[in-house]
Design a protein around this ligand. Structure first.
Ligand code: GLA
Length: 364
C-alpha cells in the first residue's frame, strides 16, 4: 500500500538510511575501540507527514498481517517487543533531548535484509530520526542522529549494542570505509581502493542465542578490563598482551580478541591507504580466526563459508561480519571478479553445507 493509499495524501517528507557491512573491528565498539564499517546499497525508506495531536500511526511494508500497522501516543510510549519499539525508542530519545515532536503518520519500507548481520535495526533508527529531523526542523547533527538511535536500541529495545552501526548508517558513504574511534566518535572516511570489490554472503543461519551471548561477551570484556585495571579494553595496547595472557579463562581469550582486533583495524586502514589488498585480506582471515577461536561467536556454517572463499583465486580475505552466531561473511575480492566469485562460493556452500545462502555484491 502506498502512503497516499494509507493516509489520503502524499508524504510531507521522505528520508532514508543504509544498512552496513563491517570490514573489520568486531566486538570492539563497546570496548571503546576502533571499527571500519561501510554502507551497503540497501536502504530503509521512511515517508512521513507530521501531525500535531500527539498520535503516531506507523505502517511497515516488511511485515505481513495485522502486525504491520502500529500506533502510539507521544508521552505514552511503552515497549511491545515488536518492530515498532525501534520507532518509539527514537521518538523517546528525541523527546528526552528536548525536541518538540507533534506526532506523525509514517510508512516504512526496508530493503536491508533482516537478521543477516547487516544492521537493519540501525537503518530503521537512523531513517526515522532523519525523517523526524526534517519534518520538525530539528537541530540535530549526524552524530546526534546516531547517538539517538543507539539510545533507542540500548534503553528502549534493550539490546546492549555499541555505536558502530548507527554511526556508519548516519555518517557513512558508498565507496568509503568509515574509520571510527568509538570512544571519541572521531570518524574518518577511508577510500576503498579500486583494486578490490566487496562480496557479502549470508549463511542463512540464524542463532536464537544472539542477544544473550552478546550480552555475556560484553560483560566478560568489562570484567577483563577490571582485572587488568583499565577503564576499557581499548586502553590495552598490543604491547600489553603479556598481561592479557595471564588472565584466567575465558577473560584471557576474550580480551586477546579485542586487543588484537583493535590493532588489526589500524593495520587494515594502513593497508587500504597503501592499496595493499593482500595485506588487508590477511587481516580479514586473522580477524575471523580470532572471532572463531578467542571470541567464540562463529558457527560451523560461517567457518565453512570463509574456508570456501579462501580457496578462490580472486579472493584476498574473508571473515564473519557483525555480531555473529550466524549471519553474513564479507569477502574482499579482486575488482571485477565479485559476481563470479560470489556465485561460486554460494554454489559450493549450498552443495557442501545443505544451506541456503543469499549473495549481495555492493557496487563500490
Ligand atoms: C552488533 C552491534 C554492534 C557491534 C557488532 C559487533 O552489530 O550492534 O554495536 O558490537 O555487533 O562488532
Amino acid at each position: 500500500m502506498t502512503f497516499t493509499g494509507l493516509y489520503g495524501a502524499p508524504p510531507a517528507v521522505v528520508a532514508d538510511a543504509p544498512g552496513r557491512v563491517n570490514l573489520i573491528g568486531e566486538h570492539t565498539d563497546y570496548n571503546g575501540g576502533f571499527v571500519l564499517p561501510t554502507v551497503i546499497p540497501q536502504r530503509t525508506i521512511v515517508e512521513l507527514t507530521p501531525r500535531q495531536d500527539g498520535r503516531f500511526r506507523v505502517w511497515s511494508e516488511n511485515i505481513e498481517g495485522p502486525g504491520r500497522q502500529a500506533e502510539f501516543v507521544l508521552g505514552s510510549e511503552a515497549p511491545t517487543k515488536t518492530w515498532i519499539d525501534y520507532v518509539q525508542g527514537v521518538v523517546v530519545a528525541l523527546r528526552q533531548r528536548g525536541f518538540a515532536l507533534g506526532g506523525a503518520d509514517m510508512r516504512i519500507a526496508s530493503a536491508v535484509p533482516i537478521g543477516s548481520g547487516l544492521s537493519s535495526s540501525a537503518a530503521l533508527e537512523v531513517s526515522v530520526a532523519r525523517a523526524l529531523r526534517s519534518a520538525f526542523g530539528l537541530h540535530l547533527d549526524d552524530v546526534e542522529v546516531a547517538t539517538a538511535g543507539k539510545w533507542a536500541e540500548n534503553e528502549f529495545v534493550g539490546a546492549p549494542t555499541g555505536i558502530m552501526d548507527q554511526m556508519v548508517s548516519s555518517l557513512g558513504a558508498p565507496g568509503f570505509a568509515l574509520f571510527l574511534d568509538t570512544r571519541s566518535l572521531r570518524a574518518e572516511r577511508v577510500p576503498i581502493p579500486p583494486s578490490v570489490e566487496l562480496v557479502i554472503v549470508d549463511s542463512g543461519v540464524r542463532h536464537r542465542l544472539v542477544a544473550g551471548e552478546y550480552a555475556t561477551r560484553r560483560r566478560q570484556c568489562e570484567e577483563a578490563a577490571r582485572l587488568l585495571g583499565v577503564r576499557e579494553l581499548r586502553d590495552v595496547p598490543v604491547l600489553g598482551l603479556p598481561r592479557v595472557e595471564a588472565l584466567p579463562e575465558p577473560f584471557r581469550r576474550r580480551a586477546r580478541h579485542v586487543v588484537t582486533e583493535n590493532d588489526r583495524v589500524l593495520q587494515a586502514v594502513a593497508a587500504l591507504r597503501a592499496n595493499d589488498p593482500a595485506q588487508a585480506g590477511e587481516l580479514f582471515y586473522a580477524s575471523h580466526a580470532s572471532m572463531r577461536d578467542d571470541y567464540e561467536v562463529s558457527v560451523p556454517q560461517v567457518d565453512a563459508l570463509v574456508e570456501i572463499a579462501s580457496a578462490e583465486r580472486d579472493v584476498f580475505g574473508a571473515r564473519l561480519t557483525g555480531g555473529g552466531f550466524g549471519g553474513s561473511v564479507v569477502v574482499l575480492a579482486k575488482h571485477g571478479s565479485g559476481r563470479a566469485v560470489a556465485g561460486r562460493i554460494a554454489e559450493r556452500y549450498r552443495r557442501e553445507c545443505a544451506a541456503a545462502p543469499t549473495v549481495l555484491v555492493p557496487a563500490m
